[in-house]
Design a protein around this ligand. Structure first.
Ligand SMILES: [Zn+2]
Length: 184
């Protein structure tokens, strides 16, 4: 599937989610069809937030999307390695980075740059991406865009052809996914 077709598939799924008209799926059939191999049409990098489950938001079934989750969509080396795996080994070409309104991780990074334990590295990374003194909505957009840039840089460095990475913001209240304008 081309990145354009994959994006269309995701956005059509989101429209079904918003209108509460999810497809009736035969999960057992999908499970059997994908038990030996997978070829997801998209990679979705999204926040671990319990309110933003990507399979539901995009009304996708088993084998459709390859998901990498981390608070604030912040990727470390391990997360980027997961994206690389989906691109190089599974052939996906669309990477959608999905931030969301009311992201607690981004708000935490705005309030304090220093946390303790392993959380510190995530908060510090988000803090660096969003900078000082911006409102939460802008901060989510900046953080999402920073992750998109990292993925595009990865694809370029590894010469993975045809990758399209873009950012989007999920509205917790309406359920809608809004694509961000590309500014790269
Ligand atoms: Zn979040």
């Amino acid at each position: 599937m081309t990145p354009e077709d994959a994006l269309k598939t995701l956005m059509e799924g989101n429209a079904r989610f918003v209108s509460c008209s999810l497809l009736q799926r035969d999960h057992a059939k999908a499970r059997r069809a994908t038990s030996a191999s997978q070829s997801p049409h998209s990679v979705v990098v999204c926040c671990s937030d319990s309110r933003s489950p990507p399979e539901l938001i995009f009304d996708q079934g088993i084998g459709d999307i390859f998901v990498v989750r981390s608070i604030g969509c912040a990727l470390d080396e391990l997360g980027l390695g997961s994206v690389q795996y989906a691109l190089q080994k599974l052939g996906a070409r669309l990477v959608l980075v999905l931030g969301h309104t009311g992201c607690g991780a981004v708000e935490l990074a705005l309030r304090e740059a220093n946390s303790q334990g392993p959380l510190a590295s995530v908060v510090s990374k988000i803090h660096c991406a969003v900078g000082e003194g911006c409102v939460p909505g802008d901060a989510v957009a900046r953080q999402t865009r920073a992750t998109v840039c990292e993925i595009m840089a990865l694809a370029k460095a590894l010469r993975i052809e045809g990758v399209r990475a873009l950012g989007a913001v999920y509205n917790l209240d309406s359920g809608r996914v809004h694509l961000m304008k590309r500014r790269l």
